[in-house]
Design a protein around this ligand. Sequence first.
Ligand code: ADP
Length: 716
Amino acid sequence: MDSSRASSSDPLSQHIRLEEIRLLYGGTPFSYTASVVIALIIYSILLDHSASAQNLDIWLTIILSVLFVRSIDSYRFSKRTQQQQLEDGWRIRFYIGTGIAGFCWGLLPWLGYSSEIEYFSFILVCLVGVVAGSLSTLSYRWETLALFLLPASLLLILRLLVEDKNFFTATSFVLLVFIFFSLSAGKKIFNNTQQNIRLRLEADSRERAIELMHQKQALHLQNTPLAIIEFDIDLNVTEWNKAAENIFGYTHTEAIDENIMRLILSRDSSVEAEKLWQRLLNYEAVTGSIIENKTKSKKPIFCEWFVTPLTDKNNGIVGIAAMALDITEKKQNELAIIKSKEEAEKANQAKSDFLSSMSHELRTPLNAILGFTQLLKYEKTLTDKQQSHISEISNAGNLLLELVNQILDLARIEKGHLQLSMEKVALSNCFKEVRAMVSPLVEKNALSLDINIEANGFVIADYTRLKQVMLNLLSNAIKYNVKHGSVCLKALQKEDDIVRISVIDSGKGISPEQLQEIFLPFSRLNTASNIEGTGIGLSISKQLVEMMNGNIGVNSTVNEGSEFWIDLTGNLNVATVTEHKEPVSLSDQTLASPADKKHNILVAEDNPTNQTLIMSQLEALGYTAELVENGQEALNKMVNNDFQLLLTDCNMPLVDGYKLAQTIRERGNHTLPIVALTADAFPEKKAKCLKAGMNDHLTKPVDLQTLKDTLKKYLG
Ligand code: ADP
């Protein structure tokens, strides 16, 4: 195989080239010395027998000079670096030198010619010997052999032919055959040599690679943070590296031949270990299995295991190779995170529960405050001053109620109990309603209000909640405005299917630092000011808008004003969809219209203040009513009396409102209207009331108008 054909960039070919040139030059000390000795012997023998002693001298001088020059060349080669030895120059010089040497030897029959047949034969034998000898040193390269052999032998043959003796002609023929066989033998030797070189180099490099691999493995085995452990089929440890010592605390000597299960397996993990073992026996490699282990000091640790069975040539399992990573810290961190998450969730739940129960507790006294204040408003005997005080109490009570409602909303959102009903909301309807609601406030604060109630199009939202958000933004724009300032509500198509609703005011504005916290609950920026507020409105608005798949944001400049915007899915370029029907409220003046006295209502209420209030409210609305303190009393009362309607509190001693309704229905009375009166404003409470057999649900504090509407609905 000719390596010169192989790509010179191939490292193996480079190695072969180097090996060849080294072998060629490496053979020179012996072959040159032998050549000098042979040349001197030939010279001494032919000296008295050659045709021209002078020519013989010339030959000797030439051949010794050539050998001298080549020896110097060989010496210089031996001093070169590996990289330099690979240069083409050395190869070419060797080829030229070999060719010249072959030519010099070919000159011997010419310059050392002897007419005496035995001496000429001696020359012939010597040359054949030299040529044969060259086979061993020059056949590393086919070219060098040819370059030496051809001039040496062809000149000899030529000389023989010149002699023109029959004997010599025959010898020439024999010599030609000899040359042919020498060349083909040389070629074979060359091929074998090449093959040997290649095989030897390949074996060398493989050996080196294996050696390197062993070194690396040893390095990894000792320095890896992975415990590398092997054990036999009886579970006795056969391999235990440094990391295994560090992780499990047993030294190599302590661990070897010990049972792996006894050493490092904690009792709690025996089931998992058994499962893992079964998988291994099924020739399955197990990766990433996390097992609780124990150290020498019995400390529990968590390790991640990568395990594979080791098999013999018959595919029988002879042992197990395992790697283990100590993940105790990671595991502890994970557990700590889970625990703190659980704690945070618990705390959040506790906060939500607290907020909802607090709002429930606040509703009961508020019910009394707002209810009695509302009743007092219709008291004709009060002076103007007293009426004004009543108004103040009513305003403060309403603010408190708003706070309670907002807290309740917040708790419901956080608990995930707030249900939205998404629909196409016509903006003009919504704008009209909010305008009606905020107009009195705008007038009171001497502001200008610009709301485009003709706005076309719709947004996808929950109607009530969208209104709640708009009202919150508008009431802020009014509250935090300047005297004679302006408030504007408008809508524009922001993107193909996104509508932006903006509330713009000309108020004091908000500084960039304050903008960061504005949507956080209970963040009141100007707490020092006397503007009433709870600090929760924007936080609820943000959560509501996000629940409606929208975004809320604010752009504000101090002393110029703010723009609060909400982006919702929608389209302004379509005709407005069907109007949303809100229940129409009756005016205050219709409140106390005399009712039909013949309606007899049973009221079940345990709280004395609430008892007085509801009885007074019913009286103000013109109804007659009887009062009981709990469900049991109500049931007793109903045995001998006929009632047209039952108003019942939900939470009462003995028999509560739910049980009361349920019992009435179970006893076969399906016609009596039953209306719950409860301080619990959660929608699920309403569902519970309906499920128990009630017809309706009124939330305390009960507004007189709402009470009247409800009674009218059932009593006609
Ligand atoms: P609040 O009940 O206090 O109005 P919000 O959550 O609605 O609660 O608002 C939080 C705070 O953001 C307000 O206390 C106020 O300081 C500030 N803020 C809200 N809207 C505006 C506005 N349009 N201009 C200036 N400041 C505002």
